[in-house]
Design a protein. Structure first.
Ligand code: FES
Ligand code: FES
Length: 166
């Protein structure tokens, strides 16, 4: 089936298998290998991208179900040679070891901060539907809980996200 995707600002028309996931299309057809395949089952978050501004596990997203979508991957976050503030904060805080989870962590953090700004509560938010919650460490941990780091870099990931948002 032919679909069109705007990926990191560039439009692509692609003939794809109806069973192909966005993760495989990005990595194998568009050579965007920043998004990683960890579990391929929606459990690790290594494949997190932004679909129409919302974070999503691309290993669970069928490409044909996202015809016309606007996709942003970690490769699309930097602008005019400048790293995205979250990318810079991850480097500054040494918030990774092997780096395998890092593209997903950063895309997820971008989506999570938008959700917070939009006033979406999390399971640990002190109130529901009453404006933006404070970005406490507890909020960061809960909202980022879908992104697993096998190297255990969480101690630096949390302050990196907190700093980039301050
Ligand atoms: S590879 Fe998609 S969640 Fe693990
Ligand atoms: S830095 Fe290695 S898995 Fe997170």
């Amino acid at each position: 089936m032919e679909i069109s995707l705007t990926v990191n600002g560039e439009e692509h028309r692609l003939e794809v298998d109806t069973r192909a996931t966005l993760l495989d299309v990005l990595r194998e057809r568009l050579d965007l290998t920043g998004s990683k395949k960890g579990c391929d089952h929606g459990q690790c978050g290594a494949c997190t991208i932004l679909i129409d501004g919302m974070r999503a596990n691309s290993c669970l997203a069928l490409a044909v179900a996202h015809d016309g979508a606007e996709i942003v991957t970690v490769e699309g976050l930097a602008r005019d040679g400048e790293l995205h503030p979250l990318q810079a904060a991850f480097i500054e805080h040494d918030a990774f070891q092997c780096g395998y989870c890092t593209p997903g962590q950063i895309c997820s953090a971008v989506g999570m901060l938008s959700e917070l700004d939009a006033g979406w509560p999390s399971a640990v938010s002190p109130h529901l539907g009453a404006g933006r919650s404070d970005l406490t460490d507890e909020e960061i941990r809960e909202r980022m809980s879908g992104n697993i780091c096998r190297c255990g870099a969480y101690m630096n990931i949390v302050p990196a996200i907190a700093d980039s948002a301050s």
